[in-house]
Design a protein around this ligand. Structure first.
Ligand code: GLC
Length: 752
């Protein structure tokens, strides 16, 4: 196999806003998307459509560059790209000339047959974070990874690849930050110094173009904002999806589903969602119900709704080969299924036995799939769980000659799940007519946040999986995914009661709070763990419901800025080496002001690293100075959770579900601090898209310790808050009593 190395620039022209540089091996295009985003695409064979599954923005029409003797310099207000002409190499600098990242001078971009690789300079102190759902530590330096969406059942905490592909990482060195998104759907590879004797980092793919976006903002928040500007942001999720979710493979009948839901209400344990896993279907045929065990889905869902429960049902891509089954017949008649190159339909086996697989790359097939959800929405389902979409079948690797339209499996596999989620989202959104659907998917590619939440697949009931799951959630947050979760309690195996309690307490601070278990495992509901544990679990779920005003505002922030709800400390404390220390790397901020330190179930005390800032323990207001490791008690009743000094955290009284109106009081908690702070409070009806037409309630709350004031800005938006009163709750302040005021939409100030 030959190695071709990108050589000298022959011609340099400008075409439609792109700088086009031709070399004997390939053509490179440079496009500027914003002052902090520059794209390089090097191709042997430019595809005229220049399409992307991830990117939703277009490049600028014009940008500034200068042709010099040996180089061309592209300049924006934030970045300088120095393009070396002979040989063609790309090097990025800050506008004031600090090197950020660039090609290895010897190799840069190379090809070996179809495979394309970019070799890059590695800085001695360079760290790497990101890539989404990936094994290993927060700092990925010295590790290598493969992106190839895989049904990773029975995975361990070192398994790679897992279910999803997010070819986006952030590099940190010399006090500088940059991001790099390799938009290529083929099987791809990232090596952060692992196999090059720490001389280079490299990434590449089995096919396609060397097509990457370089992000040059000088802090991680802004890099995430840019990345999610480019690839899109999540919509506001339905509020009910943020409540407690009870799942199992499977509640086997309508009677069982109802009995479980009712028991939550009898026991006054708050919950919003119950799931039907695959056994609700007739013979695992998608869009059907088992007539014996679920004889009246509409009646069942009406009964669930009457006690404020929503139902989420699972769908898998495999369509059973069965001539009595309309979906099968329609799919065959309209060529909606993936084929072999000779036109035969591709067949593999999954739960229903032999199946065909929808070609979600085909818009018509997506429309058809989306419209088929009427079988679920008519009886009243509002949440749609997309599973097995890596795509999975018995036997992992579907043949590479399977065709989706004009493209083959090697190019499609990593986006198949995302396109299924897209079809599900668009279809159900249309049918539900202004109601927000909740979509959950297991496989994903960059940009999936526009359509769906994700969970991390089939984990295990162990302490190490609990901690690993948190790391995955934090890392998914670095790739635009904010509504993320893990199977709380562990999918395979049975947790000890202590692990169940501990994991549930961490679930309170997980963006999606879902308890799930595999078939054959012991029942997992909160009351299965003994009276004492049930009370702890109940109290923790109540805490989740109290925090919902804060959590919902946090999702508003994700929808506006791309900042995730669960944030590795690396986002806000980038320069602090301790946050990368493996002892503290699982810690995260939940929203702006809550720091959570995950801890194994058997520990009685734990070392927590508190970064700069002062902190208060949430459970007892004990104050700690930051920039130090503290050893704290961590009984099962009290996960180590801390609040940043100066924090503003809106809460509400306990409700049993998000459908309940509650007592109409918004509790605004303030923790004493000497730095000013602000919080953007957001509320809307939690259900519809009316917020996109202005029906929201938004105001900024400012804590000003210098003036000793709490300032509420005027309300923006037309939605009337469901809280008629605001009660202020002060923490760490001496002699300030609780104050209650009317929830007035005019600005007001509260001195203290
Ligand atoms: C897969 C899913 C799991 C689900 C099971 C049955 O293993 O990851 O969550 O319960 O299939 O549908």
């Amino acid at each position: 196999m030959q190695v071709e190395i990108l050589g000298n620039a022959d011609t340099i022209t400008e075409q439609n806003g792109a700088l086009v540089i031709k070399t004997p091996q390939a053509e490179a295009r440079v496009m500027v998307y914003s002052p902090t985003i520059i794209r390089i695409c090097i191709s042997k064979n430019f595809d005229k459509t220049d399409s992307s599954f991830a990117v939703i923005e277009k490049p600028l029409d014009k940008f500034t560059y200068q042709k010099l003797t040996d180089t061309i310099e592209v300049s924006t207000s934030a970045l300088k790209l120095v393009i070396n002409k002979d040989p063609l190499r790309f090097n990025f600098y800050t506008a004031d000339g600090n090197p950020l990242s660039g090609d290895d001078a010897r190799f840069g971009t190379i090809w070996q047959a179809e495979r394309v690789i970019n070799y890059r300079k590695l800085y001695a102190d360079e760290k790497f974070i990101g890539l989404g759902e990936k094994a290993g530590d927060l700092n990925r330096r010295g590790c290598n990874y493969v992106n190839w969406n895989t049904d990773a059942s029975m995975h361990t905490i070192t398994t790679d690849p897992l279910y999803k592909t997010f070819p986006f990482f952030i590099g940190l060195h010399s006090g500088l930050t940059y991001g790099l998104f390799f938009d290529n759907t083929h099987k791809s590879y990232f090596d952060f110094g692992a196999t090059t004797d720490e001389q280079m980092s490299w990434f590449g793919a089995d096919g396609g173009d060397m097509n990457y976006y370089f992000f040059g903002a000088q802090n991680i928040r802004n890099i995430l904002e840019d990345y999610t500007w480019l690839t899109g942001r999540m919509e506001m999720p339905p509020l009910w999806s943020l409540g407690y979710q009870q799942c199992r493979w499977s509640y086997m009948s309508a009677d069982e589903v109802l009995a479980i839901a009712l028991k939550f209400r009898e026991k006054n344990i708050p919950a919003d969602v119950i799931y039907c896993d695959i056994d609700y279907m007739d013979d695992y045929k998608i869009f059907t119900w088992n007539k014996e065990t679920f004889p009246d889905p509409k009646g069942m869902i009406a009964k669930l709704k009457a006690i404020d429960f929503r139902l989420v049902t699972i769908v898998d891509p495999g369509i059973k080969i069965d001539e009595e089954y309309p979906e099968y017949n329609e799919g065959v008649a309209n060529n909606y299924f993936a084929t072999y190159p000779n036109g035969e339909l591709f067949t593999a086996s999954v739960w229903p036995g032999r199946c065909h697989f929808p070609d979600f790359l085909n818009e018509e097939a997506r429309e058809w799939w989306g419209a088929s959800f009427k079988a679920l929405t008519d009886p009243g389902v509002e949440g749609f769980w997309n599973d097995m979409n890596e795509p999975a079948a018995w036997g992992q690797n579907m043949p590479w000659l399977v065709k989706f339209g004009e493209k083959f499996m090697p190019e499609i596999r990593n986006v198949y799940g995302m396109q299924m989620a897209r079809a599900t989202y668009n279809g159900t959104k249309r049918i539900l007519n202004n109601k927000r659907p909740f979509i959950l998917t297991r496989a994903a590619y960059a940009g999936t946040q526009r359509y769906s939440a994700v969970w991390t697949g089939d984990n295990a009931a162990t302490d190490e999986h609990m901690l690993f799951g948190q790391r995955l959630v934090n890392s998914l947050g670095l790739t635009g995914m904010s509504l993320t979760g893990v199977d709380i309690g562990g999918f395979m195996g049975n947790p000890t009661p202590q692990l169940m309690v501990r994991w549930n307490s961490l679930g309170v601070y997980t963006p999606m709070f879902r308890n799930h278990a595999a078939k054959g495992m012991v029942m997992r509901e909160p009351w299965q763990w003994g009276e004492e544990n049930e009370q702890i679990i109940k109290k923790d779920i109540e805490q989740r419901y109290k925090l919902l005003p804060y959590i919902y505002s946090g999702f508003y922030q994700s929808a506006q800025t791309g900042l995730p709800l669960s944030r590795t400390l690396a986002i806000d404390y980038t320069a602090d080496e301790n946050v990368f220390d493996v002892s503290y790397q699982n810690q995260f901020l939940f929203g702006d002001s809550i720091l959570v330190a995950p801890v194994i179930s058997t520990a009685e005390t734990v070392d927590v690293y508190l970064p700069a800032d002062d902190w208060y323990r949430l459970s007892n207001d004990e104050k700690y100075t930051g920039s130090q490791v503290v050893n704290v008690q961590c009984p099962l009743t009290d996960l180590p959770v801390f609040v940043k000094a100066g924090a503003i955290i809106p809460m509400q009284s306990i409700i049993q579900s998000t459908n309940e109106h509650g007592d109409g009081i918004l509790f605004v908690h303030i923790w004493k601090g000497d730095q000013p702070n602000e919080f953007i409070y957001y509320e809307d009806d939690g259900l519809s898209y009316d917020y996109q037409k202005g029906a929201y309630y938004k105001r900024t709350l400012v804590f000003d310790p210098q003036k000793k004031k709490l300032i509420f800005s005027a309300v923006e938006g037309t939605y009337p808050s469901k809280y008629s009163k605001i009660q202020l709750v002060w923490h760490g302040f001496e002699e300030v009593g609780n104050i209650e005021v009317e929830n007035n939409s005019q600005p007001f100030t509260i001195p203290y």
